[in-house]
Design a protein around this ligand. Structure first.
Ligand code: PLP
Length: 441
């Protein structure tokens, strides 16, 4: 098969493909396995009951069922859904928004794909010249436009979303050792350079993979910088506020006309409904809607129908605050205790402060092998984790830190997490005692 440049890019071996492949194989493997990789949310019986109730309500009314599911709907989302969400965000946070500030997409993964490709890459023409821009330099900025990730590591799922690796710029964090065996990444504002080629700034908050939650001050500074340079600030809130609110700090959500906020129904327990939400200026929403029509024709309505009454009543917020957040907080604290119990002897490690999402980010400081090699050895023992290397993209220089970390998902049942950790500790200690030189990836 002769592939186009696009075809080659999207069939290459990527971190996200490896991750989803591990997930797929795990789903059909009936043997003993410990799934600490992937981004699957935990199964919360209380949430499953809520969604089951909503499915029964949907199925019980034939008119609603047919109107909701037996029709193509808008490329921007069901009006009733986006209006209900706009009301909720306005009433809860005082944001000046209407339904015209909201677009629904088939998963927030797709939303970020469209946003990155709408903004980054080869520049388009100015509306006045209409000449297609491009190589002749008649485009809006001459050269390629890029997305700036002001703090790396960042979400693996962004890494391969544009045609060129050159479309991303990633900046190393400052590492604060906050306590014995604990650290926190902070944005290195002194290292941020907003050059003319920067088309947008992007962060996930809480951050996948680290569980970091950028502080209110960090977000305020990024917002100020973005506005001063007239570029949008993309904040991916797939784990954040107002739902599913897997946030353990005093962070507050931020939005204004220059912020593009991503939300998702996935971590509420509906990843298969593939429902992403973008809250942004009407201009960005219009652009996203046009791209969505080309890519997806219309938005899937299932997730919107499931969540709409809960958004209207505010139940989705109370479920997030009273059911989802405490579940993950408790699991995070328990998993950290196990890590300290299992690793303190023989392995030099540090875990990123667990401030949100459902990942723990472990940094091994004296491992003689790369964490990719550790991942490979763990896979042979049916433990799936994600090696750190995939989360460091857009960086000018290689950074050895990227080979020293792994991401663990602690959302799975306790026994599975505990046993998985025991095996990781065994393999890490074995590697340390072997003391061989770090093997290449
Ligand atoms: N953003 C982040 C930070 C994620 O971790 C994920 C999935 O794990 C996504 C976006 C995509 O979520 P979805 O497409 O299910 O809405």
């Amino acid at each position: 098969m002769k592939l186009s440049k696009f075809g080659q890019k999207y069939t290459a071996k990527t971190g996200i493909l490896e991750l989803i492949d591990d997930l797929g194989k795990a789903a059909v493997n009936t043997g003993e396995q410990y799934m600490l990789g992937g981004g699957n949310p935990g199964i919360l019986r209380e949430m499953s009951e809520v969604w089951k109730r909503r499915m029964s309500e949907l199925a019980a009314n034939m008119d609603d069922f047919e109107a909701g599911l037996a029709r193509y709907h808008s490329h921007l989302g069901r009006p009733a859904f986006v209006d209900a969400l706009a009301d909720l965000l306005r009433d809860t946070f005082g944001w000046h928004i209407t339904g015209r500030n909201i677009a629904v997409t088939n998963g927030s993964q797709t939303a970020f794909y469209m946003l990155f490709n709408l903004l980054a890459g080869e520049p388009g023409s100015t509306p006045e010249t209409g000449d297609g821009g491009g190589a002749e330099g008649r485009g809006i900025g001459g050269g390629r436009r890029r997305v700036l990730f002001p703090i790396i590591p960042e979400y693996i799922g962004y890494a391969d979303q544009t045609l060129s690796h050159d479309d991303f710029v990633g900046v190393k964090p400052v590492i604060d050792q906050t306590a014995p065996h604990r650290h926190k990444y902070r944005i290195d504002f002194d290292a941020l350079e907003i050059t003319d080629d920067i088309a947008a700034i992007c962060v996930s908050r809480p951050t996948n993979p680290t569980g970091n939650v950028l502080t209110n001050d960090e977000i305020a500074r990024l917002d100020e910088i973005a506005r001063a340079h007239d570029v949008p600030l993309l904040i991916d809130g797939a784990y954040g506020m107002p739902f599913p609110n897997i946030v353990f700090t005093d962070a507050v959500p931020a939005w204004n006309e220059n912020i593009v906020l991503g939300l998702s129904l996935s971590k509420l327990g509906l990843p298969s409904a593939r429902t992403g939400i973008i809250v942004a200026s009407e201009e960005i929403i219009g652009a996203l809607g046009s791209a969505n029509a080309i890519m997806s024709l219309a938005t899937g309505t299932f997730g919107q129908l499931m969540a709409e009454p809960l958004i209207r009543s505010g139940e989705l917020l109370s479920l997030s605050d009273d059911v989802i957040r405490p579940f993950y907080l408790e699991k995070s604290r328990r998993t950290l205790e196990w890590i300290d119990e299992l690793f303190s002897d023989g392995v030099e490690y540090s875990v990123h402060e667990s401030e949100g999402a459902f990942f723990l980010w472990m940094w091994f400081k004296n491992l003689p092998i790369t964490t990719y090699e550790l991942y490979r050895r763990l896979k042979e023992r049916n433990v799936i984790v994600v090696p750190g290397t995939y989360f460091f993209f857009g960086m000018k220089e290689a950074w050895s830190h990227s080979d020293e970390c792994i991401r663990l998902n602690y959302a799975m049942p306790d026994e599975e997490v505990r046993r998985g950790l025991e095996i990781i500790a065994e393999e890490a200690k074995k590697a340390v005692s072997e003391g061989v030189a770090r093997s290449p990836r």
